[in-house]
Design a protein. Structure first.
Length: 219
């Protein structure tokens, strides 16, 4: 995983922890919330892995039961080992495996972010996440103003908070930090929306950011 990608995801978790006005947080506050965010990620990864493990065990039991109850094995002596039998369809198993792969990948990503953040040699992740938070602190009125302006037909106060936070992170990078390629910032904002928010969020976020880019002459 790239450090900046990990930092954006960490910043998203960081933003979700804010429970007061953004300007009231000090650098020390942000450090403390980062630690809390890493613990949340680690805990979430453990839960996801438990879900994945439970699903694997369930699938193994179903396969064992199917094999044992197949007519080929029902007619064998009790002490004889079961003979492997063909499965009648792959659709159900494929769907379950896809779900487990998705859960496992999410858990692995969370653990990678946690590792990136806690290793001193990878402090770029933590530092860049804080850079994003501080950029939003200094420019939060302008950034939220852009979101209101370009969210045509949407009431800012009724927008999903996750969508607002993803836009805040991306606009902070695009307009104020200006260190990463524009396409990377937009693509990863869309991916965050797909991962954490509603079905319509990715297209909404992409549309708002496209207007931000045009209006601010970002190349």
């Amino acid at each position: 995983m790239q450090a900046r990608r990990a930092a954006r995801e960490l910043a998203f978790i960081l933003f979700s922890q804010f429970d007061k006005k953004i300007t009231n947080y000090s650098k020390e506050n942000l450090d403390d919330i980062i630690l809390k965010s890493v613990r949340i990620l680690s805990s979430s990864a453990q839960d996801d892995l438990k879900i994945s493990l439970g699903a694997l065990i369930d699938m193994k039991n179903k396969i064992d039961d199917y094999e044992a109850e197949h007519e080929i094995n029902l007619n064998r002596p009790l002490e004889a080992a079961n003979i492997p039998v063909p499965m009648p369809t792959t659709s159900d198993m494929t769907g379950r495996i896809d779900e487990m792969i998705e859960v496992a990948e999410k858990a692995l990503l969370a653990l990678e972010i946690a590792e990136f953040t806690t290793l001193e040699s990878q402090s770029e992740v933590k530092n860049y996440a804080i850079t994003i938070a501080e950029a939003f602190q200094k420019n939060h009125e302008e950034i939220d103003g852009m979101i209101k302006k370009y969210s045509t037909g949407w009431d800012f106060d009724r927008l999903v908070k996750m969508d607002k936070d993803i836009l805040r992170i991306a606009i902070s990078e695009l307009v104020y930090i200006k260190e990463a390629p524009m396409k990377v910032i937009v693509d990863e904002a869309v991916e965050l929306a797909k991962k954490y928010s509603t079905d319509d969020s990715s297209s909404f976020i992409n549309g708002v950011l496209a207007k931000v880019i045009v209006e601010n002459g970002i190349a």
